[in-house]
Design a protein around this ligand. Structure first.
Ligand code: ADP
Length: 497
């Protein structure tokens, strides 16, 4: 993360790529259709983007298949593949200001978040997997009899990758990194809310020398472009990040072709603060845990469990820091929180805030819109929340924190686990034994102890239960992009005639 210096003056970026990227060519949609991408801070249009559908996915799959079945990518020296991924990273770093501005324009996140968090993490991820390219190999197995038995790890083929709008550049890196290292080729659909940086990264990949057809990008809508990727028999595997409802549709539609699937879905993550915790650190963790990317994180710490004896004092800290949070123009370097991504998300979150009030929770701070234009929502904390309320059970995906009390550890674990989600959790305590005990008993793919939202490309991430299956990042993140082939060779000498 050496390149991370804050932006002081953020220029508006130029919009360079708005067409589909198929087989190394920039092309309009076959239908001629476009859709508009909106700036969530102003509600104004940014650009018209080519709207791909089944015919365009067909062309993209053809290009990706050709690149996989006959092209150089899966056949070149693994180390050379790694070098090309590193070169892509060099180009990203050289353009970091422009990319950060483009991300913030399309998604609404503060430009310093794009520049200091999202892009450095994306580069870290791509470089991590560049390093894996020449370290993927099988093993020899001592089977019975006179045989040489070994395994090969081969790329799964053409990967269909469907990503959401909350961290667009980072999602591209999480998906491209392991796929490229493994030698797969790619058909990606960015989210309709945020297609611009994915297209820019495709341009940089081409400039880096990644062969045409290896990466194809088809912006468009889920039920058309997305569903076509899911159903296409020429795609071997689908990696999806998004909502559980969409994952259910994808799972059903992928069943006809028995596609390999990996899902990274939603969460309602418990963030647990014991009375012996470092109060200042835990309060800062609660703040970041819910407000990062204004709650539009699958791992947001949206259920804050606070031990009875410190409840009131702790809530006061969290309310105070919520009140001070600077919400506003993503291009103002002082801004800590931008708008939600679009009107649909804004309305959904405001609906949950209303539901919280209606069901009897107490809104301790926030609860309203900020300004009259743009999808800005106040940092919001609810106290007196009961486990059965909608704001305690459902993923809000916004800056809305539900505070729950606890006193007994066993009961706490039961309540923390009483959800169909299982993506992340955190525990704050100075008691080492308790920290490890609680970490073991929580049913979640990631547990942070005395920290929150610590991500590293080397550490696997993914869900238990309905938060998904398969893991991204780390060595485990390669598995979904690899097949294992067993080769068994008879070592009996050839019999003479
Ligand atoms: P969110 O509610 O966070 O927008 P979605 O699951 O709706 O989550 O969207 C995540 C991604 O999935 C987006 O790229 C979206 O276009 C895509 N998508 C939505 N519906 C479908 C579908 N039926 N098939 C494939 N992809 C879809």
């Amino acid at each position: 993360m050496a390149t991370a210096t804050p932006v002081r003056t953020a220029a508006r970026p130029q919009i360079r790529q708005t067409q589909l990227f198929i087989g190394g060519q920039w092309v309009p949609a076959r239908s001629g259709k476009t859709f508009v991408t909106i700036n969530p801070a102003t509600e104004e249009p940014i650009a018209d983007v080519a709207e791909g559908d089944a015919a365009d996915v067909e062309a993209a799959v053809r290009a990706a298949r050709e690149a996989f079945d006959n092209g150089p990518w899966p056949r070149m020296d693994a180390r050379a593949r790694g070098r090309l991924i590193h070169r892509l990273c060099d180009l990203i770093e050289a353009e970091i200001d422009e990319l950060a501005a483009l991300e913030s324009l399309d998604n609404g996140k503060p430009v310093n978040d794009s520049r200091l968090i999202d892009i450095p993490l994306a580069v870290q991820c791509l470089r991590y997997y560049a390093g894996w390219a020449d370290k993927i190999h099988g093993s020899t197995i001592p089977i019975d009899g006179n045989y040489l038995c070994y395994t090969r790890r081969e790329p799964v083929g053409v990967a269909g990758q469907i990503i959401p709008w909350n961290v667009p550049i980072l999602m591209v890196a999480w998906k491209w990194g392991p796929a490229l290292a493994a030698g797969c080729t790619i058909v990606m659909k960015p989210a309709e809310q945020t297609p611009l940086t994915c297209l820019r990264l495709a341009r940089l990949a081409q400039k880096a020398g990644i062969p045409d057809g290896v990466i194809n990008v088809v912006p468009g809508y889920g039920p058309t472009a997305g569903a076509s990727i899911v159903k296409h028999p020429g795609i071997d595997k689908v990696a999806f990040t998004g909502s559980g409802e969409t994952a259910q549709i994808i799972m059903r539609q992928a069943s006809d072709t028995l596609k390999r699937l990996t899902f990274e879905l939603g969460g309602k993550s418990p963030n647990i603060v014991f009375a012996d915790a470092d109060m200042a650190a835990a309060a800062a963790g609660a703040h970041v845990g819910i407000y990062l990317n204004p709650g539009q994180c699958c791992c947001a710490g949206s259920r804050l469990f606070v031990e009875d004896s410190i409840h009131d004092a702790f809530v006061e800290r969290v309310v105070e820091s919520s009140r001070k949070r600077r919400v506003g123009d993503p291009f103002d370097p002082a801004t800590e929180q931008g708008p939600q991504v679009d009107k649909a998300q804004f309305d959904k979150i405001m609906g949950y805030i209303e539901a919280g009030k209606r069901e009897g929770a107490r809104c301790a701070v926030g609860g309203g819109r900020v300004g009259a234009r743009g999808y800005f929502i106040e940092p919001t904390v609810f106290t007196h929340v009961e486990d059965g309320m909608a704001i305690a059970r459902e993923e809000i995906f916004g800056p809305v924190l539900s505070v729950l009390r606890f006193s007994d550890v066993d009961d706490l674990i039961r309540r923390a686990n009483a959800t169909s989600f299982g993506l992340a959790a955190a525990v704050w305590t100075r008691d080492v034994a308790r920290a490890h005990d609680v970490a073991r008993r929580l049913r979640a793919g990631t547990v942070w102890v005395n920290c929150y939202d610590v991500f590293d490309a080397a550490a696997p991430f993914g869900g238990f239960k309905q938060s998904g299956f398969g893991r991204e990042l780390g060595e485990r993140g390669l598995d979904p992009y690899l097949e294992s082939k067993t080769v068994t060779v008879s070592l009996d000498p050839p019999r003479g005639r």
